[in-house]
Write a protein that binds this ligand. Structure first.
Ligand code: ADP
Ligand code: MG
Ligand code: MG
Length: 925
């Protein structure tokens, strides 16, 4: 019982419930919940995460813990009518770890604790089954030896295999009691040799060592790394569950199984699961023998089957969601060993949410909470048609059995789904070939053991990337995600031989350079041949190509439509698109844009127009400069007129020219060579010479931090005024045609209010002049990007001159961290991710702790100066699910992102508005 002043460290199942996850871990909380629902859960108790924290802090069991365990164990023994390890009739228990979050690297469960040389015969006599008793004992020594004493698990497997070989046995079931007895002897010798200590015979010592091992596994290397990457706090600790054993290995009328309350792939209701007779624990998922489907259990044990289905219905109604469960049948009696809200595919997440609304189990807010932007994003990539689908279609079209010509592609390997999408192309094994073939119009897949910065050009040229090594944070994975390119990495069954330009897949399949392969970055599957690609039904719906109400209300598209409509109704954040052309703008509108948050003007200075930029740079008189600007003015006016027409009535934020001018001039090396060659031939070209001087003059060591943004506008007289005039004139034209243009002038890279004041004043005089010339009322808000730390830090001053802020979080991330994305992503990011310095790239998800603080500061100081300051974000983070949540919480008015990401932003903005967790993000059920 609790010692005075010490916390309560142990909870009987009857004392817990599903909301106590932080204290009892997910497994313990749900065991308590099921037990309190009256479901058949073997009795047991849970040692809290708090006990674990105390153990880890003090290096020993906290005072009071032992006494509490004594009391709960005594109560359990009383209830079961036998003592732990009692020689003639032993009570056995399992010791199971279980933290609030499920986490790789935590200690595996140990079953059959309490069994020893002294009680194995007692167990045999009680069960009337000698084989069962020795099977349980050998399992205990194996699990305990491996997880508690740290003996290499392979060594046990080797001995099991040789016992089977010696007998000519096909499976573990063919080993009889005496075989298993010998195996126990072999295991004990193994433990003594490898662990330097005997397998403990005292039942309570077994229990205590196992509990302690669970505590310690919290700080195992894998668990720590995982927590660092997922930003799960290190000080949560894990709970430990001690559960009376029930036995699935007691003969043909016993067994163990797993099940889902509905199909985790489609959400369909039905009977989904696997069952393995005469087996224990993980056997059913470990592939040691062939399992049967759950439906077959009806034949094997109808009453347990009916009871199980009944329980599944109870759980669904109670949790109001898809649950997955673990169960065991002991001689015809059903026992529930675990449940939790089950993982599901993206498609199933939407369909299940819609089904549960239809069933009246949840409301629409809850449906919205149960799907994520990341899941929606997954549904928006094209995917490969499934084989069955192809066969069905072939059958339906009435062609012969060969009509599907399935021979043209087949799965050959599976790796890690690192960056989603479906890519088809010819296999190439080095970057030069990738670039050369791609330039010739071939689609290629770059295949490497792993990639490094030297492969970058090849990755850019390829449709997709396939590697045989490395995980989700490998170079290939990080860079591919950054580029939005399909990637499967770590396909370890492939033997890649770049020297011979080929790889070998299981079964000896050789794939050489030029052979067509297909790579599925959503599932991790690799196919030989060209797999047919199906466009995303969800994108077809957003594009307006399919009706939202086709099919059942829980079919994918109708489900997405319902949930999107609810998100739109609930969200406070507006969404805008980053779009540069009328065409982009139209797509953005179809995808739900409520304006343009970033229209970049740099694209408008390329191609034919470069010559005007060259003239502008070369001009050494005011007249020369004016002539160049005059030539650009009408071109710009037309650009803006198109977009203002497409977005009539909606805000369009136009960013004045941002990149350094040298980007519009010829390459320094090319030009130097041209001039040198001409000189050698004695035919000097004065224009080229002057251009070369200008390129040299404008050459920068670090262009990202050089002459760009507002600095250009201040150094090149008339440049920004020309752009502003083009906007004002285009708007005046729209007004004359009866339109309602809402332009907003955005000044990039401002670091101090003085820079902005000069441009603002210039803008106001241009507006006045154009209004006078055209008679149209054209005056638009002038604002700035906040993309330099200094701008964020002086936001209070800048807001005096700015009517709006738009956070340029890409540059703000670069300048806050002091690294340039192109350089670091390709070179050392993977090392940083591996070391857990950050869990995801700060270019994917906004770094709340650093960049996020600058944003929050600028929001509050900006609004303090100007309460009606409009606030938005136009970096790519505007379409990232987790970042959208942050922008909602920090009080922005809108997010702006690429048209394709708009649905994700709308959904996440809706989720943010109905969130229950105070905006921490993620589903915490
Ligand atoms: P995990 O966290 O890996 O799912 P579990 O603690 O659920 O590990 O246990 C591993 C396996 O052992 C599961 O199949 C579970 O159902 C089974 N198991 C756990 N405790 C018992 C018990 N008391 N009696 C019978 N089987 C058990
Ligand atoms: Mg389990
Ligand atoms: Mg920028």
């Amino acid at each position: 019982m609790p010692v005075p002043n010490s916390p309560k460290y142990v909870y009987a199942f009857a004392e817990g419930n599903k909301d106590l996850k932080d204290l009892l871990g997910g497994k313990g909380a749900n065991l308590a919940e099921m037990s309190n629902l009256g479901l058949p859960v073997p009795p047991g108790f849970t040692i809290t995460t708090e006990a674990c924290r105390a153990y880890l802090a003090g290096g020993e069991e906290p005072t009071g813990l032992r006494g509490e365990v004594d009391a709960h164990l005594a109560a359990l023994e009383e209830r079961m009518g036998r003592r732990l390890g009692q020689p003639d009739d032993p009570l056995l228990v399992s010791v199971r770890s279980g933290a609030a979050f499920s986490m790789p690297g935590m200690m595996d469960t140990v079953l059959n604790i309490g069994l020893s040389d002294a009680s194995v015969d007692g167990l045999a006599a009680q069960a009337g089954d000698e084989r069962f008793a020795w099977d349980s004992y050998r399992r205990l020594i194996q699990m305990f030896g491996k997880t508690v004493l740290g003996v290499d698990g392979e060594l046990f497997e080797e001995r099991l295999e040789s016992a089977k070989d010696a007998k000519g046995a096909a499976s573990d079931l063919d080993l009889d009691a005496s075989d298993l007895r010998s195996l126990v002897t072999a295991y004990k010798e193994l433990v003594a040799k490898e662990a330097g200590q005997d397998f403990p015979q005292d039942p309570r010592t077994q229990l205590d060592l196992a509990v302690r091992a669970v505590f310690s596994s919290w700080n195992g290397e894998r668990a720590r790394l995982y927590r660092r990457q997922e930003r799960i706090p290190d000080d949560l600790g894990t709970a430990v569950n001690i559960v009376a054993m029930v036995f699935g290995n007691l003969g043909a009328d016993s067994g163990t199984g797993v099940a889902f309350t509905r199909d985790p792939a489609t959400g369909k209701q039905g009977v989904y699961g696997d069952y393995l007779a005469n087996a224990q624990g993980e056997d059913v998922v470990a592939g040691i023998r062939n399992t049967v489907s759950l439906a077959d259990l009806e034949r094997l044990d109808k009453s347990s089957y009916d009871q199980l289905l009944d329980i599944m219905r109870t759980l669904e109604d109670h949790y109001r969601d898809l649950c997955d469960i673990e169960f065991t049948i002991e001689r015809g009696t059903l026992w529930m060993l675990q449940t939790r809200v089950g993982k599901r595919t993206a498609e199933a997440a939407f369909r299940i949410a819609a089904q549960l609304v239809d069933q009246g189990l949840i409301d629409e807010d809850e449906a919205l909470r149960r799907v994520t932007g990341a899941q929606l994003a997954q549904l928006m990539f094209p995917r490969f048609a499934e084989r069955t689908e192809r066969t069905e279609r072939a059958g339906a079209s009435g062609d012969g059995p060969d009509a599907g010509d399935d021979g043209d592609f087949r799965p050959i390997a599976r790796g890690i789904a690192a960056s989603p999408g479906a890519a088809v192309g010819r296999a190439v094994f080095d970057q030069d070939t990738a670039v050369e073939w791609a330039n010739n119009g071939d689609r290629v897949i770059l295949v490497r053991r792993e990639t490094n910065p030297d492969d970058l050009a090849g990755m850019v040229a390829a449709e997709g990337i396939l590697t045989s090594r490395g995980g989700k944070t490998s170079h290939a994975a990080v860079v591919a995600r950054g580029m939005g390119k399909t990637c499967v990495c770590g396909a370890e069954s492939l033997d890649v031989d770049p020297g011979r330009r080929r790889f070998t897949a299981p079964g000896g399949i050789e794939v050489g350079e030029g052979d067509v392969i297909s790579v599925d970055g959503t599932s991790g599957c690799v196919y030989l041949g060209e797999a047919p690609v199906v466009p995303s039904a969800v994108v077809d719906y957003f594009e307006g190509r399919t009706a939202p109400t086709d099919g059942e209300s829980d079919a994918l598209v109708p489900a997405v439509h319902r949930i999107m409509a609810h998100a739109d109704a609930r969200r406070r954040l507006r969404v805008r698109a980053n779009a540069d052309t009328g065409e982009d703008a139209e797509r953005a509108l179809r995808f739900g844009a409520e304006g343009i948050g970033l229209l970049r003007t740099e694209h408008m200075f390329l191609g034919e127009r470069r010559k005007h930029v060259e003239r502008l740079v070369l001009a050494d008189t005011d007249d020369g400069r004016t002539a160049a600007l005059d030539a650009l003015l009408p071109l710009q006016r037309r650009d803006f007129a198109d977009v203002l027409a497409a977005m009539d009535g909606l805000p369009v934020t136009i960013r004045l020219l941002d990149p350094p001018l040298h980007e519009f001039l010829p390459d320094l090396t090319d030009l130097s060579v041209r001039v040198a060659l001409a000189e050698a031939r004695g035919e000097e070209d004065a224009d080229d010479r002057a251009l070369l001087d200008a390129v040299r003059r404008l050459h920068e060591q670090n262009p990202m931090l050089g002459l760009r943004g507002v600095r250009l506008g201040l150094v090149i007289p008339g440049l920004f005024a020309m752009q502003i005039r083009a906007i004002a004139e285009a708007a005046a034209e729209r007004v004359r045609e009866g339109g309602t243009p809402h332009a907003e002038i955005m000044v990039p890279l401002v670091g101090g209010v003085q820079e902005l004041e000069i441009i603002r004043d210039e803008a106001h005089s241009v507006f006045a002049a154009v209004a006078e010339e055209t008679g149209a009322e054209v005056s638009f808000p002038v604002g700035t990007m906040i993309e330099l730390p200094r701008a964020a830090l002086t936001a209070g001053q800048i807001a005096e001159a700015a009517e709006f802020f738009s956070f340029g979080t890409n540059d703000l991330t670069q300048t806050t961290w002091g690294f340039s994305r192109d350089d670091v992503e390709a070179s050392f990011f993977t090392a940083y991710l591996d070391a857990g310095i950050f869990g995801v790239s700060p270019f994917e998800t906004l770094d709340r702790d650093g960049v996020g603080r600058l944003v929050a500061l600028a929001v509050s100081e900006g609004r303090a100066t100007r309460p009606d300051l409009a606030l938005g974000v136009c970096g790519e983070h505007g379409g990232d699910p987790e970042s959208v949540r942050f922008f909602h919480d920090v009080g922005l008015d809108y997010v702006s992102c690429s048209p394709f990401r708009l649905p994700v932003a709308r959904l996440e903005a809706g989720r943010a508005a109905v969130a229950r967790d105070g905006g921490k993000g993620g589903d915490t059920r």
